[in-house]
Design a protein around this ligand. Structure first.
Ligand SMILES: Cc1cc2nc3c(=O)[nH]c(=O)nc-3n(C[C@H](O)[C@H](O)[C@H](O)COP(=O)(O)O)c2cc1C
Length: 191
């Protein structure tokens, strides 16, 4: 069975980002795809120390929750990375998580992964697209297959403003990101 993992890069529990990721995963699971939501705020994730050990061993020398999280990302067929906007970009927590996934780059683990992004901010035009752009940089450098949200919205993935439970456009983009990911996942996996 295909599986999509959704990563919540907010330091807040049950916040606006988490709601959008949950909405997107729920829609994906309606299409016969297994899903798992992973929050980062409750994990022990240390900074990459830049030791380059992973270049030799394909493993990180730091023994924390990233060992298990890296395996979950490695095994998934699709990845959703999300973050609220913090000063026009992703949170430090999300970036720390991304940096620690460097061992997967050496083995091109993202080669056939379908990758989508979600971002939400306090204001319209608050940096949702620049945050998503940073997430796309990560996906592209990992060698993943990046998709946005499906028609009729069809732009930069899923974006929200304010309380996302009451943001109809955010929910539409979540649903359309889900349908685009399902479409590409099924196509490339011959399902
Ligand atoms: C340190 C900090 C910086 C922020 N910077 C921005 C920003 O640049 N643009 C914006 O629209 N919202 C900004 N916000 C607001 C959050 O993106 C917003 O409250 C979001 O809904 C939080 O998502 P969460 O509930 O998933 O944590 C910032 C919030 C914090 C705490």
């Amino acid at each position: 069975m295909l599986k999509v993992v959704g990563i919540v890069g907010s330091p807040r529990s049950e916040g606006n980002t988490e709601f959008m990721v949950r909405t997107t995963l729920d829609k994906i699971s309606e299409n016969g795809i297994e899903t798992e939501l992973i929050t980062l705020h409750d994990k022990n994730i240390q900074y990459c120390s830049g030791c380059d050990g992973c270049k030799k061993t394909n493993k990180c020398v730091i023994d924390d929750d990233m060992q298990e999280l890296t395996e979950k990302v490695k095994e998934a067929d699709g990845i959703i990375m999300s973050s609220p906007v913090y000063f026009g970009d992703m949170t430090g927590l999300a970036k720390t998580f991304i940096d620690r996934l460097r061992p997967l780059r050496n083995i091109h683990a993202f080669k056939y992964k379908v990758c989508g992004a979600i971002s939400t901010g306090g204001f319209r035009n608050g940096g949702q697209e620049t945050t998503i752009h940073s997430i796309y940089d990560f996906f592209l450098i990992q060698g993943g297959i990046v998709v946005g949200d499906d028609r009729p919205t069809a732009h930069y993935g899923a974006t929200g403003v304010g309380n996302t439970k009451e943001d109809d456009i955010a929910l539409a983009t979540c649903n359309h990101l889900a349908s685009r990911m399902v479409d590409v996942l099924k196509k490339i996996n011959n399902v």
